[in-house]
Design a binder for this molecule. Structure first.
Ligand code: NOJ
Length: 671
């Protein structure tokens, strides 16, 4: 028996050796490493197919993953390929963000550009550019102008991501509209087609996040599993089924993979921004992060209406009331929704009725704008398009010109309707082109954009910092009316490590009153303290305090909202377990002040945090907003305990969070 086994093993070993010999003999390998050497990417050719694999600290991170394109009216571009010239370069610079989670960002990478050519006619060519950073890599295909390829109709991008194991994944299904999803947590083998960012918890304890950077005139990338360890790029189509109409020269967006040892490594990576182009706006002095309140939550609670009628929210008087509250509390902006013609009746069915220069008769826009200016408050405009991009584009210049004349420097845009113009998906090349047109036009008029129902962000705010924030998230509004009851506490412990990796989120938290008489089945599944903590945990340069002003008046917790900045010097994530809890600390930009935000899921949690991020030798007053001992998101969400302590960088803070709660701390330099 034993002898037979030994023979079988010997035969298997011979077979394996033969397979390996064949594999190596038909592979040409070219490699590039990250600046610290921890990542090594090898480009390989196997049976006429071009691909790459990646090692991290000598261990496989990605197995041989192929590249290619399926085209219309031309042979596919995926086999019969040969590797040609290879050029290498390195880059190391620091650049300053106009606003963000971190003031100064280091862009440090090694690049390898590999020319790929068809061996047979027509002999088409493209280059693959790989950039290796210490915290991940990006690559994209560049198609130079060439007689063999002019107009190109891409039916599929065949980019693959092949992992050595069936890792656990945090994912958002691509089929749910507007990326307004609760995350799922399953092995890759049980995933649907998913949006990116996609976050993987690898078997060895490390973390990976897949996404894209600089989505320009192309289709959004989704990922679909082709087997239990392989994902393939699956571009969002036009209604024609085509994925991308292009003309050489053109290039794909960057496909990005961030890698780290902790969830915090993903959240503090700036790889996506580094792979976007530098700022194109010369004078950025008019671009200002802000906090805002708005005529908004009352509509989602069905207490007021967007449409005209006895409960119309956007009246001159109501707007002035909000402006007064903002002025008295140092809140920079007031959003007004439902101010313009188009909301009456079933507005989603008649988006062409929206007029972006015509206020309703009970909203005196000139008077409101004047009043806001007198009180030093920014009026935030609202352009709900119902996803009728044609109607919007026809009015856009005039609408932005009106905003400029009235001093409305911020505009929230909206695209409620799954199909744009009844036809095209938001993430299609059609949608991508439209959103970019809006950002660039707004920049010309000196207007900052908060884009709701966007295409998933990819870091364009580096190039166009007037693109302040976007939705693409299942935000606070679901807690007002969602038939499933709202967003469970777990949701915001996942977001910073999934959707948040794509950039700022306009989640619009800040609830102090948890009652919901009209839709009692839904509620904000949080505590007052957790609401505060989310201003630190979930980043946006525009942050809304979304509750009604009367719920804020005289509330101690509102001090935190008044004080918390929306622009940071640096960000650290000392502790996090995705789906359980997350703890962020951020230093206010241009200041010694620090803020802490911690959120937990349904479980109460206690933890100790070393305050070694504070400036050594400086004494701070820790203003601690803690869940009271009997606080609970379900039964007692408002119970808060406030206390102050003098602390230094040598101290440790004990943090206690109620079920569904959190903790928020301001570290002010002690006088
Ligand atoms: C959905 C947006 O997310 C929400 O903020 C807005 O109030 C409504 N659309 C109406 O535009």
């Amino acid at each position: 028996m034993k002898r037979r086994l030994a023979i079988v093993i010997a035969l298997l070993a011979v077979a394996l050796a033969a397979v390996l010999a064949v594999a190596t003999s038909c592979c040409n390998s070219l490699a590039v490493a990250s600046p610290d050497g921890s990542l090594r990417l090898e480009v390989l050719k196997q049976q006429g197919r071009i691909g790459y694999r990646v090692l991290r600290n000598g261990r496989p991170l990605l197995d041989f993953s192929t590249l290619g394109f399926r085209l219309q009216g031309a042979p596919d571009l995926c086999d019969g390929l040969e590797i040609g010239a290879v050029t290498r370069s390195s880059h190391d610079e620091q650049w300053e963000t106009v606003w963000g989670e971190q003031r100064t960002i280091r862009n440090h990478y090694n690049e390898m550009k590999v020319s790929v050519c068809e061996t047979k006619t027509p002999g088409r060519r493209f280059d693959v550019v790989f950039r290796l950073f210490d915290d991940g890599y990006g690559f994209r295909c560049e198609f130079p102008e060439q007689p063999e390829m002019g107009e190109v109709v891409i039916m599929d991008e065949l980019t693959e991501f092949r992992f050595p194991r069936d890792h656990m994944a945090w994912w958002m299904p691509a089929r749910e509209p507007y990326y307004e999803s609760l995350a799922r947590h399953t092995p890759i083998s049980q995933m649907d087609t998913v949006n990116t960012p996609l976050t993987l918890e690898c078997a060895d304890g490390s973390y990976l996040a897949l996404h894209e950077a600089n989505l320009t005139d192309y289709a959004k990338m989704n990922l679909c599993p082709t087997d239990s360890t392989t994902l393939r790029c699956c571009l969002t189509p036009w209604s024609t089924g085509v994925k991308v109409y292009a003309q050489t020269p053109f290039r794909t967006p960057w496909r990005t993979v961030i890698v780290g040892d902790t969830p915090g490594d993903l959240a503090t990576s700036r790889l996506m921004l580094n792979l976007n182009e530098p700022c194109r706006i010369e004078d950025t002095s008019w671009i200002r992060p802000a906090k805002y309140i708005g005529i908004w939550w009352s509509m989602h609670l069905f207490q007021e209406t967007w449409a005209q009628g006895p409960h119309h929210g956007a009246t001159t008087e109501n707007a002035k009331r909000y402006i007064d509250f903002a002025a008295e509390n140092g809140i920079q902006g007031v959003l007004v929704e439902g101010w313009n013609v188009g909301w009456d009746g079933e507005w989603t069915k008649h988006p062409k009725r929206f007029r972006f220069t015509e206020p309703y008769p009970d909203f005196d826009i000139e008077a409101v704008a004047r009043y806001a200016a007198e009180r030093g408050v920014e009026l935030i405009g609202h352009h709900e398009t119902g996803a009728d991009t044609k109607n919007y584009e026809a009015q856009m210049e005039e609408a932005f010109a009106l905003c400029r004349r009235l001093g409305i420097n911020y505009v929230k845009t909206g695209y409620v309707n799954v199909l744009m113009d009844g036809k095209e998906l938001h993430g299609s090349q059609y949608g991508v082109r439209h959103y970019r047109r809006v950002i660039e036009t707004a920049a010309r008029y000196g207007i900052m954009i908060d884009n709701h129902e966007p295409v998933m962000p990819t870091g364009l705010e580096r190039t166009w910092p007037n693109l302040m924030t976007q939705e693409a998230v299942r935000g606070q509004e679901y807690n007002a009316w969602s038939p499933d009851g709202g967003n469970p506490p777990e949701h915001t412990t996942v977001l910073p490590f999934l959707r948040g990796l794509a950039g700022p989120m306009d989640y619009t938290f800040g609830t102090f009153d948890f009652s919901n008489p009209v839709s009692p089945f839904a509620r904000v599944q949080s505590t007052v303290v957790r609401e505060l903590a989310q201003y630190v945990v979930l980043y946006s340069p525009l942050q809304m305090a979304s509750d009604l002003p009367e719920n804020y008046r005289g509330h101690k917790a509102f001090d935190f909202i008044r004080e918390v900045p929306t622009d940071w010097e640096q960000t650290l994530v000392p502790q996090a377990v995705i789906g359980d809890y997350a703890l962020f600390v951020r230093q206010a930009r241009g200041s010694q002040e620090w803020y802490l935000g911690a959120v937990t899921d349904e479980q109460a949690r206690e933890t100790d945090l070393a305050l070694d991020f504070l400036t050594p030798g400086t004494r701070y007053t820790a203003q601690i907003y803690a869940d009271a001992p009997d606080a609970d998101w379900k039964s007692n969400p408002c119970a808060m305990h406030y206390e102050e302590h003098t602390v230094t960088a040598a101290d440790t803070l004990h943090i206690r969070m109620a079920p569904g709660g959190g903790c928020a701390v301001r570290f002010a330099v002690a006088k």
